[in-house]
Design a protein around this ligand. Structure first.
Ligand SMILES: [Zn+2]
Ligand SMILES: [Zn+2]
Length: 109
C-alpha cells in the first residue's frame, strides 16, 4: 500500500508500506510490489510460507497481492484485512530468490 498522503509523482521508499504489517520499505527490508500498489515484505512472506507448511486449509476470497478472487488464500495478516494466495507466495519467493541484492531466503524447514 502507499502511505496515505504520499505524492504519486515523487514516491520515496518509505512511502511504500507492507499491506500486511504496515512496515515501511527500507534497505534492510525486502519488498515485493503486487498490483495497484499492494506490497508484502520479506518478514510477512516468511510467515505466510511457514503457515502454508503447516498445512492449514486454504480459504477463498480476494488476494491482496493479485486482487483476484482465489480459492487458495493461505495466509491472512493478523493485523490488517489482507490475504495472500498460494500463487503470489510462490511468485514472491521466486522474485526474492533471484535477486542477489536481497538478503532474504525462505524460512528453514
Ligand atoms: Zn510485512
Ligand atoms: Zn494472489
Amino acid at each position: 500500500m502507499h502511505r496515505p498522503g504520499s505524492d504519486p509523482q515523487d514516491m520515496q521508499p518509505t512511502d511504500f508500506l507492507c499491506d500486511f504489517c504496515e512496515r515501511p520499505w527500507s534497505e534492510r527490508t525486502p519488498f515485493i510490489e503486487g498490483h495497484h500498489g499492494s506490497c508484502i515484505c520479506g518478514d510477512c512472506l516468511s510467515l505466510a510460507i511457514v503457515e502454508r507448511r503447516g498445512g492449514g486449509t486454504a480459504s477463498s476470497g480476494s488476494c491482496t497481492m493479485c486482487l483476484e478472487h482465489r480459492e487458495d488464500l493461505r495466509w491472512r495478516s493478523p493485523r490488517r484485512d489482507a490475504s495472500i494466495c498460494d500463487r503470489c507466495i510462490d511468485q514472491a519467493t521466486t522474485v526474492f530468490g533471484k535477486d542477489r541484492s536481497i538478503d532474504w531466503s525462505p524460512p528453514a524447514a
